[in-house]
Ligand binder design. Structure first.
Ligand SMILES: Nc1nc2c(ncn2[C@@H]2O[C@H](COP(=O)(O)OP(=O)(O)O)[C@@H](O)[C@H]2O)c(=O)[nH]1
Ligand SMILES: [Mg+2]
Length: 370
């Protein structure tokens, strides 16, 4: 078994902006329609979400009524804002009280920076579905985003001396009615996973061994994307690696991972209704071959090839070998069975300098071979 890493995630924003809805869709299998039944959150609702076996997200869903927020900023300040890994701040794009929303955000971000200077900050501008018809160019979103960034910069100037570092602020337009929600939450989760660089290197190696164009790992419960081969998630085309360029990555749908997440979660619900268990799938189309298989105990891997010579059996064979290798990552310091990547690159071993904290050794509990 791997060591557990706990991360505190604050979910904040004005009442009614959609915080509890998001959490319920991502972690509790609610449909967007189900969220209409949710009641207002009273004070702070804490829940622990186990992710990948070895990572526990302590989600603090903080009710957004003014009197609660005032209390977070005074009596509860130390409890709420200490040891935060990530703040997810949700705005409602349809809010008519933007100035007040911004003031609250500024107070909260100031308290966060005082108590957890290096926490990552994600701004989700939610309910985009309600505005997209009347504002197709998303002008209002861009204005809101610019305002938020100005607040962040103002606080940074006030609270930090020269050269001091702080967590980055990232902004996403979201709606619980489409895949934009998965994109934003995948981005949060991606940064919390121990050894994400190591996983990415191995996925890239596996992709190349399979003559594939892409290898992607999804978390098994939420189907959020954890990591992908090649360039980082969300990279612009200038950062694509050679294999991605050859495979025509620039013409692929940038929303493909989130769409797959939605489709698979929907399909799995159908399987549950009909009493079937979802195990994975394989398909050969005119243009590509696709395999989705369990990888570790809490992940699935998707491999896509456009080379017509590549059979699904080859991909499955390589996945089994990768499982054996990855299962050793969970506990051991020195790996018995090294892949081409580990053999050639000493830096990738867990006993590499900088990886001294035992809680960052693991990224998931091993699969059937561990
Ligand atoms: N149209 C639309 N409605 C949303 C969205 N997100 C949440 N809602 C609705 O907004 C209402 C308030 O959501 P809730 O999650 O309770 O807000 P909270 O107070 O921030 O936790 C619910 O009726 C949700 O169905 C969204 O992206 N689009
Ligand atoms: Mg709520």
């Amino acid at each position: 078994m791997s060591t557990t890493a706990r991360k505190k995630v604050l979910l904040m924003g004005k009442s009614g902006s959609g915080k509890t809805s998001m959490r319920s869709v991502i972690f509790s299998n609610y449909s967007a329609r189900d969220t209409k039944r949710l009641g207002a959150t009273i004070d702070v609702e804490q829940s622990a979400v186990r992710f990948l076996g070895s990572l526990v997200l302590n989600l603090w869903d903080c009710g957004g009524q003014n009197n609660f927020v005032d209390n977070y900023l005074t009596a509860q300040k130390d409890t709420i804002f200490a040891n935060v890994a990530v703040l997810i701040y949700v705005f409602d794009i349809t809010s008519t009280e933007w100035e007040e929303d911004l003031r609250y955000f500024e107070d909260i971000l100031t308290a966060l920076r005082e108590n957890s200077a290096d926490a990552g900050v994600w701004i989700l501008v939610n309910k985009m579905d309600l505005l997209d018809k009347e504002d197709p160019k998303r002008t209002r979103y861009e204005e809101r985003r610019a305002d938020v960034i100005r607040v962040d910069e103002r606080i940074a100037q006030k609270s930090l001396g020269d050269g001091e570092d702080r967590g980055r602020l990232r902004c996403f337009p979201t709606s619980i009615w489409d895949e934009s929600l998965y994109k934003a939450w995948s981005s949060v989760i991606h940064t919390l996973i121990p050894n994400i660089g190591l996983i990415t290197s191995h996925l890239t190696y596996l992709r190349d061994v399979c003559l594939a164009v892409e290898a992607v790992v999804f978390e098994a419960e939420t189907f959020l994307v954890i990591a992908k081969s090649g360039s980082p998630l969300d990279s612009p085309p200038s950062e694509f690696d050679k294999q991605e360029n050859r495979g025509g990555a620039s013409v692929l749908d940038p929303q493909r991972f989130e769409k797959i997440s939605e489709i698979i979660k929907g399909f799995r619900k159908t399987c549950q209704r009909t009493g079937e268990q979802f195990l994975g799938f394989e398909s050969k189309f005119d243009e590509c071959t696709v395999v989705l298989e369990p990888m570790t105990r809490n992940t699935f891997i998707l491999i896509v090839s456009v080379d017509p010579r590549v059979e699904t059996a080859l991909m499955q064979y390589n996945i089994v070998n990768a499982q054996i290798h990855l299962s050793e990552f969970a506990g051991k310091i020195v790996l018995d069975r090294k892949c081409g990547l580990c053999r050639n690159n000493k830096e990738l071993r867990y006993d590499a300098p900088g990886d001294l904290d035992p809680s960052v050794r693991a990224w998931d509990d091993p699969g059937p071979y561990g």
